[in-house]
Design a protein around this ligand. Structure first.
Ligand code: NAD
Ligand code: COI
Length: 331
């Protein structure tokens, strides 16, 4: 049996080596290149392809992979919003993702960013770096004084809620499909509008599927409290960034942390030092005292990377044996 993996990064290689040592009978080949219509032919002769990329898995890409006989596609990440599922169905692809590699990694990052915003660590760190050790004006706010609105109470949203409980914050939540346990706790509000009206801070944990496109926009921001704090570690397309920038300019939004950006492909995980960003909005956001930008690294921990590699390669073997792994995507 042979598995071909695309987009393998240096930080994934120790986990891959570990998986190979536990599966000595499986032949593994890989490339740093992403899966595209041009690179699909590299997988010829493999039983399954293992992939991670933010580039879309387009009809052309899937057709090229099917053309070389590879119809098992195993993603090393959660999000499946970049797959053309109509084409995948037409070509008969088996697809898996890794829905639970470490929700803690992402939830922790979002809550670290929320606490950094509330305690104004960015301007404080900058002041200290200038050797200005005065307290004012960087006075902070306490988590326990905040009502935090969680949109999406799946794997990651639920861990974020537990972290918030530890801080003593008041948590309210909204999900299209409420979780039975959380329902018993009475955390849910009945609508997004209710959450917008009550929350001092809002953090998103919903997928970037088309129906959630620009969930946060001019109208929804208008429904929020003045001085609301926003955190988005989920997907860039959940926010109309122009509306967020307007909100920051007017003071309607007091602080904002983003780990994801609608136009992040080709921007994030690249070294721009000494070069101009292709998108001036990102430079503007990074320059602000009350905005924290991270380049889609909420997931990026040793535990998460190890799980992503192990679970995706296990699924690739399972599909190749004609089995359906537990993490197969039902579509
Ligand atoms: P999940 O599927 O377990 O939970 C998503 C929840 O959102 C579900 O409960 C669903 O019912 C709810 N939902 C969907 N649309 C909604 C809407 N419009 N309003 C209210 N609720 C809605 O997913 P998860 O594992 O918690 O991950 C959430 C998202 O986090 C992923 O889809 C992905 O986009 C993002 N993510 C980001 C990173 C990162 O590194 N920044 C890493 C992994 C995942
Ligand atoms: C996901 O798993 O969907 C993510 O967003 C993390 C990815 C950048 C590896």
């Amino acid at each position: 049996m042979k598995i071909f993996a695309y987009g393998i990064r240096d930080d994934e290689k120790p986990s891959l080596k570990d998986w190979e040592s536990k599966n000595p009978d499986i032949e593994v080949e890989y490339t740093q290149d992403l899966l595209t219509p041009e690179t699909a032919k590299l997988a010829k002769g493999a039983d399954s392809a293992v992939v991670y990329q933010q580039l879309d898995y387009t009809r052309d890409t899937l057709a090229a992979l099917a053309e070389v006989g590879v119809k098992n596609l195993c993603l090393r990440n959660v999000g499946t919003d970049n797959i053309d599922f109509d084409a995948a169905k037409e070509f008969g692809f088996n697809i898996s993702n890794v829905p639970v590699y470490s929700p803690n990694a992402i939830a922790e990052h979002s809550m670290i960013q929320l606490s950094r915003l509330l305690r104004r660590t960015k301007p404080m760190d900058e002041k200290v770096a200038r050797h200005d050790l005065r307290w004012a004006p960087t006075i902070g706010r306490e988590m326990r004084m905040q009502t935090v609105g969680i949109i999406g109470t799946g794997h990651i949203g639920r861990v974020a809620i537990n972290i918030l409980k530890g801080f003593g914050a008041k948590v309210i939540a909204y999900d299209k499909y409420p979780n039975a346990e959380l329902q018993k706790e009475g955390l849910y509000v009945d609508s997004l509008d209710e959450l917008f009206a009550q929350a001092d801070a809002i953090s998103l944990y919903v997928p970037g599927v088309p129906e959630n496109h620009h969930l946060i926009n001019k109208d929804s921001i208008a429904k929020m409290k003045d001085g609301v704090v926003l955190v988005n570690v989920a997907r860039g397309n959940l926010m109309d960034i122009d509306a967020v920038i307007d909100g920051l300019n007017s003071g309607k939004i007091s602080d904002f942390a983003m780990d994801v950006y609608e136009k992040e492909v080709g921007l994030f995980n690249e070294d721009w030092e000494g070069k101009q960003f292709p998108d001036p909005k990102i430079a503007d956001l990074i320059a602000r005292d009350n905005v924290l930008v991270t380049p889609h690294i909420a997931f990026y921990t040793t535990k998460a990377v190890s799980e992503m590699v192990h679970q995706s390669f296990d699924a690739a073997v399972s599909f190749a044996k004609g089995e359906t792994p537990a993490i197969a995507v039902k579509y």
